[in-house]
Design a protein around this ligand. Structure first.
Ligand code: IMP
Length: 205
């Protein structure tokens, strides 16, 4: 079957990915839809390393072109934590409202520019011939003083974007995808994919 598999089990992430990649001209399926259930050990030290681990591991299982995103929140005042540990921060199953309020507490008494933070997304594409390509993008913001908004997922309710005057959880999905780390990194990946002979042979022949 001609398809691209997106290596994530995160439903919030997958919803964004589907919307951003819908004009790529090929079916994008999640690991679950592809019937792949593999436990991936994300032991890389950078977003890029983890994205490559995810994409390459799943490509070896299914043989398709596989995309993966590794992303996270860097809070400058907290020495760029939780960073690559964003999903595992305070425990994988800890509700995000607990994680978010913990970060707000860590920044108690901290004002203005010192509340700076960014979301980072590294996208890796693993091709059946073993080649791997990556893209990366960020969105700059500040940690809010309380959770605001119900859209998005994860740390969105505390990620305030000054230019928009709201958090990424208060943006519509379309607005967030236009400015987000993941939206920009996937747009850059789309351009790279369309230049690849392997992609064009598979989807334009
Ligand atoms: P990954 O699935 O291992 O890449 O973990 C990414 C984690 O970073 C997510 O589970 C969230 O905690 C956080 N994260 C990444 N992107 C976003 C976003 O767009 N909004 C909110 N949290 C995000």
């Amino acid at each position: 079957m001609k398809r691209i598999v997106f290596a994530t089990g995160n439903e919030g992430k997958m919803a964004e990915v589907r919307m951003i990649l819908k004009d790529l001209g090929c079916p994008i399926v999640s690991m679950k839809e592809a019937g792949i259930d593999v436990n991936i050990v994300e032991d890389g030290k950078t977003f890029e390393e983890n994205a490559i681990i995810k994409a390459s591991t799943i490509m070896k299982v299914c043989g398709d072109i596989v995309l993966a995103d590794d992303s996270g929140l860097e809070v400058d005042y907290m020495d760029k934590q939780p960073g690559v540990y964003s999903a595992r921060y305070m425990g994988e199953d800890t509700p995000y409202t607990v994680k978010n309020n913990h970060i707000i507490k860590e920044l108690e008494g901290v004002e203005g520019d010192e509340r700076s933070a960014r979301f980072v997304s590294a996208i890796a594409c693993a091709l059946p011939n073993g080649d791997v390509i990556t893209t990366r993008a960020t969105i700059e913001g500040r940690i809010g003083y309380e959770e605001k908004g119900t859209n998005g997922f994860g740390y969105d309710p505390i990620f305030y974007v000054p230019e928009f005057g709201c958090t990424t959880a208060e943006m519509t999905p379309e607005q967030k995808n236009q400015v987000s780390h993941r939206g920009k990194a996937l747009e850059a990946m789309k351009i790279k994919l369309k230049e690849l002979s392997e992609f064009n042979e598979m989807f334009n022949s």
